[in-house]
Design a protein around this ligand. Structure first.
Ligand SMILES: [Zn+2]
Length: 362
């Protein structure tokens, strides 16, 4: 066993230090030397063309197939400029932008007045105006999604929706902000993290009415697009190629059970209570209790009921601040739920430790 000792210390024979799992480290004491010449320091030569390491004294090949780690492009390092290497490796094409982005742009920097003029002339004739606008919109969508801490899946969906809508030119009359808000609203729904119109309004400062209108338009546009795609798909299928068959289903109304989880979490209720609220919401949808009520007020009523059932009651006032429906609406919806409670509270829900006696009379 090898012991690490500080200089001047004596090895302690009586008690050996506990063997600790040491961090892996490269052994830098291993040296590559020519086995014929045994020269130290070795006189080695790396042949990049063949990938060999040879002894420069006798010519023995020591290793083969070395990986060349130097840059694979030629660098014309501009000694006079001191700028960075003009590497010719860029990003892959971005599907969210138009074209393949393989265009040339004239650098502004060196080359005197001519270069500046060229740069300006190219900029003026730039056909990439559309891309600039798209980039601007993507930036806005990204910022909004960050503000809500939404996953990148949502922001990607919103960006794709925006691009499709922008290309269709159906939304010329709409303001850019409204279109972005509509895309964001739909993207949230499609990723099962729905937000209410009011929440989108608070974030984007676009009126509820405008968001709703844009959303309706977006949905009908996507439905039509899907029908066209299906037409094309059928034609392709006849040609013997597998069709791309993904139907766009209208997102319909927001599902109260999807809303429950998030609102319960904001209200600081535990997961068991939130699960009961979700189960109640699902049951409510199945039995048709509260049919015709808005998803928000239905969700609020389920949360109110679940809170009482699980001994973590929240007042309608507290729920109101989170869900954004008035407390009288919540009370009224709860009254309807309470009357249906025999149908709602299945054995499965009762087995989760709920106490029906705790429910307040509406
Ligand atoms: Zn040698």
């Amino acid at each position: 066993m090898i012991q690490g000792l500080s200089p001047g210390a004596l090895p302690d024979a009586a008690e050996s230090p506990p063997i600790e799992q040491e961090e892996w480290r490269e052994n830098l004491n291993v040296k590559l030397i020519c086995k014929d010449c045994q020269e130290d320091p070795p006189n080695l030569y790396e042949d990049h063309a063949s990938g060999d390491v040879e002894c420069d004294t006798c010519g023995l090949v020591l290793t083969q197939r070395n990986i060349d780690v130097s840059s694979e492009w030629r660098t014309f390092s501009n000694d006079d400029q001191g700028g960075d290497d003009p590497s010719r490796v860029g990003d892959g094409p971005n599907a969210l932008l138009n074209g393949a982005q393989l265009n040339t742009s004239i650098a502004f920097g060196d080359g005197g007045m001519r270069n500046k003029e060229l740069h300006r002339a190219q900029n003026k004739s730039n056909l990439d105006k559309g891309n600039k606008q798209l980039l601007q919109a993507y930036k806005q969508i990204g910022a909004l999604c960050d503000g809500w801490q939404l996953s990148s899946a949502v922001s990607e969906t919103a960006k794709h929706l925006y691009k499709d809508a922008e290309e269709s030119r159906l939304f010329k009359g709409k303001s850019n902000e409204a279109l972005i808000a509509g895309c964001l609203f739909l993207a949230c729904r499609r990723n099962s993290v729905p937000r209410s119109f009011r929440e989108v309004m608070d974030l984007t400062k676009v009126t509820k009415k405008e968001i709703g209108r844009t959303f309706k338009l977006l949905e009908s546009f996507l439905m039509n697009k899907d029908k066209e795609a299906k037409h094309k798909g059928a034609a392709v299928l006849a040609g013997g190629v597998v069709a791309f068959d993904e139907e766009y289903k209208g997102s319909g109304n927001a599902n109260p059970s999807e809303l429950c989880n998030r609102y319960c979490s904001i209200l600081g209720m535990d997961q068991r209570t939130s699960n009961v609220a979700i189960a109640l919401a699902n049951r409510m949808t199945a039995t048709g209790a509260l049919a015709g009520r808005s998803p928000l007020s239905s969700a609020a009523a389920c949360i109110f009921m679940a809170g009482h059932l699980m001994g973590q009651p929240k007042s309608p006032k507290e729920i109101q601040t989170v869900v954004n429906v008035s407390d009288s609406t919540i009370r009224h919806a709860y009254k309807l739920l309470f009357n249906e409670k025999e149908k709602l509270l299945t054995e499965e829900i009762r087995s989760r430790g709920v106490d029906v006696e705790r429910l307040p009379k509406p």
